[in-house]
Structure formats: C-alpha cells, structure tokens
Design a protein around this ligand. Structure first.
Ligand code: ARG
Length: 471
C-alpha cells in the first residue's frame, strides 16, 4: 500500500507511477533528506511532540537507512515515488510502525524545499572551492608571465600589445565576480523552509528556529507559502552557473585558438588533449571544446526552470518536481569543467617567443606613434591621420614601423626623432600603459597583489562554510 493510499480505491496505473516518480533522479538528495529528518525528529522530541524514546529509535533507524542507501544496499522503488517516501518506507521497515511518527508536522513540500537548499549550499561551497583553485592556476601563469608580451586583440585583429599576465588576470577578475555572486546567493539559500508544512504551517507546537540552527542555517524562510512555493534560489544558482560557464567558454575559445598552428601561442599538456581515430598527427583541445559546447545545456536549464515557474500559482505544484534534473546536471557539468580547467591551465606551456614575434611583426605599436606626436602637441585626430599614412607606406614597403629609418618617418612628420625606436619597442609600449588596471608590469603586479588578498579571503570562506554544509 502507498503511504498516501488511504483515500484510494484502486492501485495507481503503472504508467502513472513511472511518469510521476522522481526517485530515479532525486535519490541524489538521499543524504540531505536524512540529515533534514534527523534535525526534524530531534525537534519533535525537544518540543514534546513525540516521546524521546521514539525519537531515538527513529534517529538510529535513519542512520541505518542512510548507510544502506550509501552502500547501494537499499531498494529504492518507483512505486514509492520519490526519495522522501522511499526513506520513510525504509525507515518503517527498519524500526516498525514508530517510524511513521517521523512525518509529524511535516509535508513533502517543505521537506523537498529543504533538501534542495541543503544540496545547493553544499554545491555552492564546492563550486567556490573549485573556482578558487582555478584562480590559483591562472595566478600562477600570470606570475610566470610578467614579461611575456602578446598582441591584444579587438575584432580578433591585433590591436595593442599586452602582458600575458594581464590577460590571465582578466579571467581572474571574471571568476572573482563569479565567486562573489555565489557567496551572495548562499545567504538566500541558507534559510530553512522546514515547518512550512504543506503550505500553511502546522498545528503542532514546533520550533522552526531550532531545526534551522541544527542544520546551520542562518534562519528560516518566514512565510510558509513562500517557503514551499519558490525556487528562485534554484534560478539564481542556474544563472550564476551560466555566467561561470560563459566565462569558461570564452577562455576555452582562446585556448582552442592559441593552440592552433595559426596562433601557436600555447601548447596544452598531452594529458589534457585527445587524438584522432584517423589522423595520426592530431592533438585536439577536446576539453576546452567540450566545455564551450556544454554552455548550451547549462543556459537551457536556466531558461527551462524560469519557464516552469512562470505560471505557477502559490503554493506547491507538481510542476516543481522539474526543478531537479537541470540543477543536478548544471552542478555536475560545472564541477567537471572547473576540476579539469585548473590543472589544464596550470600545465599549459606558454610559447613566449612566438607571442613576442606576433607583436614584433605587426603594427600594434601604431597608437604609440600617435601618442608620441600628441605629446609633441599635435592634436590627436591629426596624429591619427599621420600615423595612418605612415602605416600605409610601411605596408607598401613590406615593413613594420620599427623597420622604417628616420628619414622615412620624417616624410610624415618632422616631429619624429631618433627616440621613436625606443618608444615603439614592445616593452616600452606595454609599460607606457601605466594607469590603474593597465598592462604596465607594475600595474599588473598590483592587480596580482590585490587578487591574492581576495583569494586568501575566499579560501577562508570555503574552509568556514565547508564544515557547516557537510552532510
Ligand atoms: N517529488 C516531489 C518533488 O520533487 C516531492 C514533493 C511532492 N509533494 C507533493 N505534494 N506531491 O517535487
């Protein structure tokens, strides 16, 4: 008989069981579900709602069930619909009818909202930890490449030279904001919905705050209808995950380009590449490509969740069971990508000489010639035109700016003197951008310093919260 079978006269159609059951995927919540039940039953006994002896029996039984599920010894069935009812059935099998007291003053509606929050806060801490490790790898590359110059691009055309360290630090900044967003969202996830019951609260004299404290929540979700209805914290997670994978995807794209023969700026370690079944010479950047490709499913889950929620009346509706698969898949996709990216970045070989040649064989110092003329009081617009003509001349001669002799320069402006060769050298060009956040070496060192300070704070955050969310 079903746990809710009392008012039914017939067994459920098998197809209905199959279609409505969530056990195939929500078993991922098993340990969180049991953690929540342990806190709930402790509260029931503290508040005198069930006898302490019964509570102890139930707690011991739940621990046995937890072990059995973890070891794959428990039989989870579609007939019991979801993880909540499967656990309750297993508990009753374990301890007898007294197990039926567990669900006093509780509904699956507040229970599932609780499980989702427990799962997500654990996931958020893991993701911050993985992002911190990725930042560590990027910071490592930045520190090793404070003298590595490569062309900076706009429109994928060489624009102005930058330090490779500066380029790495741009990603450190993006992932820093991703970490901030996750930490901020954690505050909203970290509230207990338990005690909201099915929708309106419960007639038993429960202590919601006590349950929240035991589970290391910052407090409760105040309104019972809101507590069981909303999944905005899931949307927020999916949105944060979308931004993270979008950032990863842009980095992926660069790794793919840079490791092509056309760029030849980096070489990814063999351990992070794969070969071709037909072409023996191939070494493909599959991980980066796949991460780029997986943005689609993550963005899709975000839109899917928003769409599921948009027309739902308050309070619980079965539609909301659709909140899980996308969330699990997103978390697994992100965790997999982040875990791979840190060592892939850490082990990549940076081909400094090739990067430097790409700068030397180019006109990316043209702005500096214009700025040179501006410093000699020529209006910038005029300087822009003069340099445009100089570049055109050089292209026609098959030369770059530094190949022109001083007479050739002077054809375009008499203001140009011998010191121009020093001004247009790649190192000078880079170090001339000596403004806050610019690519001058000392400015990049400043960025690294402040990023490392935040990095330590984030690592402490992970250590502090990892304990609280651990099941
Ligand atoms: N499996 C359900 C879900 O994931 C649990 C809540 C079911 N509540 C209900 N009233 N049917 O949403």
């Amino acid at each position: 008989m079903k746990l809710w079978g009392g008012r039914f006269t017939k067994p459920t159609n098998e197809l209905v069981d199959e279609y409505t059951a969530s056990i195939s995927f929500d078993q991922k919540l098993a340990q969180y579900d049991i953690q929540g039940s342990l806190a709930h039953v402790e509260m029931l006994s503290k508040c005198g709602i069930i006898p302490a002896g019964d509570a102890d029996t139930i707690k011991n039984g739940l621990k046995v069930v937890a072990k059995k599920i973890a070891n794959g010894e428990a039989e989870l069935s579609e007939e019991n619909e979801d993880i909540h009812m499967n656990v309750e059935k297993l508990l009753i099998e374990e301890v007898g009818a007294v197990g039926g007291k567990l669900h006093t003053g509780r509904s699956r509606n507040d229970q599932v909202a609780l499980d989702m929050r427990l799962y997500l806060r654990d996931t958020i801490v893991t993701m911050v930890d993985l992002l911190v490790k990725l930042q560590e790898a990027l910071l490592g590359q930045a520190k090793m490449n404070l003298d590595t110059i490569l062309p900076g691009y706009t429109h994928l055309q060489r624009a102005q030279p930058v330090l490779f360290a500066h380029h790495m630090m741009a990603y450190v900044s993006m992932f820093e904001r991703d970490i901030e967003r996750l930490q901020d969202s954690f505050k909203r996830v970290n509230r207990s919905p338990l005690g909201a019951g099915a929708l309106a609260g419960t007639t038993f004299p429960i202590d919601r705050q006590y349950v929240a404290e035991q589970l290391h929540f910052d407090g409760v979700v105040e309104n019972s209808l809101d507590a069981v209805s909303d999944r905005d914290f899931v949307v927020e997670f999916l949105s944060n995950a979308s931004l993270i994978i979008m950032h990863l995807s842009r980095l992926s794209e660069e790794l793919v380009q840079w490791s092509s023969a056309e760029f030849n700026f980096i070489e990814l370690d063999d351990a992070f590449c794969t070969g071709s079944s037909m072409m023996p010479q191939k070494k493909n950047p599959d991980v980066a490509e796949l991460v780029r490709g997986k943005t689609g499913r993550v963005f899709g889950h975000l839109i899917g969740m928003l769409t599921t929620l948009k027309g739902l009346p308050i309070a619980y509706n079965k539609d909301m069971q659709e909140d899980k698969e996308g969330m699990f898949d997103t978390a697994d996709t992100l965790k997999g990508a982040l875990a791979l990216f840190a060592p892939m970045i850490q082990t990549m070989e940076v081909k400094k000489e090739n990067m430097y040649q790409a700068v030397a064989k180019d006109f990316s110092n043209a702005t500096d010639l214009a700025d040179y003329l501006v410093n000699k009081e020529m209006p910038f617009r005029e300087a822009h035109a003069v340099v445009g003509q100089t570049v055109l001349y050089a292209i026609e001669q098959g030369k770059f700016l530094l190949d022109l002799n001083i007479e050739e320069f002077k054809q375009f402006s008499s203001l140009i003197e011998e010191d121009i060769y020093q001004v247009l050298a790649p190192e000078t060009v880079v170090n001339a951008r000596d403004v806050v956040g610019g690519t001058a070496k000392n400015r990049v060192e400043e960025q690294i310093q402040s990023a490392e300070n935040r990095w330590s704070e984030n690592q402490q955050w992970v250590e502090e919260f990892a304990e609280k969310v651990n099941v």
